[in-house]
Ligand binder design. Structure first.
Ligand code: C2G
Length: 151
């Protein structure tokens, strides 16, 4: 039984996350995922849109994922690798080199990120759509007010 372990925020779950989890699952027989808690995200300088409970539940519902546990600090990985008897630690290659020290405990693998999609870009897109909608509503209200004025 080959176990793969990975970590992440997985906010606004998207195709980049699905492809990554699918690839990591195919490296072994079991994939366990450390989902960053909201407090740890703050330590990472990230603010997720979705709370930890939702992000963890969505991860758990993904067929490529066998287990989800909280990631509350940078320092828990060695203990997690031991507890889960992980054979491979794997991340997207935006982290390439960052966790090479874990090679003392298991194989370390970085896989290519999915291009042109990120939680940040999705958040920015939703914000832009909201602003556009607000602008359209304002124009409609102004149009009605102009018509009323002419009555
Ligand atoms: N990812 C990807 N393609 C994307 C976006 C993300 O392959 N388009 C991968 C990242 O490389 C990472 C995983 O999906 O391996 C989760 O990404 P994030 O949710 O952004 O997690 P991050 O903030 O990088 O946290 O201790 C490690 C950290 O918790 C990683």
């Amino acid at each position: 039984m080959k176990t793969v372990i990975t970590y992440g925020t997985f906010d606004l779950f998207h195709i980049g996350h699905v492809r990554l989890l699918h690839r990591l699952r195919s490296l072994g027989d079991r994939l366990v995922v450390g989902c960053s808690t909201d407090d740890f995200n703050e330590a990472k300088g990230k603010k997720s849109v979705m709370p930890f409970e939702h992000r963890a539940e969505i991860l758990g519902a993904c067929r490529h994922v066998d287990k989800v546990f909280p990631e509350a600090s940078w320092d828990q990985k060695v203990e997690d690798i031991r507890r889960e008897r992980a054979d491979i630690f794997a991340m997207g290659d935006d982290w390439a080199g960052r966790f090479d020290d874990l090679s003392a405990h298991c194989e370390v693998v970085y896989v290519p990120r999915t291009k042109d999609v990120s939680s940040t870009e999705i958040r920015q897109l939703v914000h832009a759509l909201h602003q556009e909608r607000t602008r359209e509503l304002r124009q409609s209200v102004q149009h009605v007010l102009d018509l009323v004025e002419r009555l």
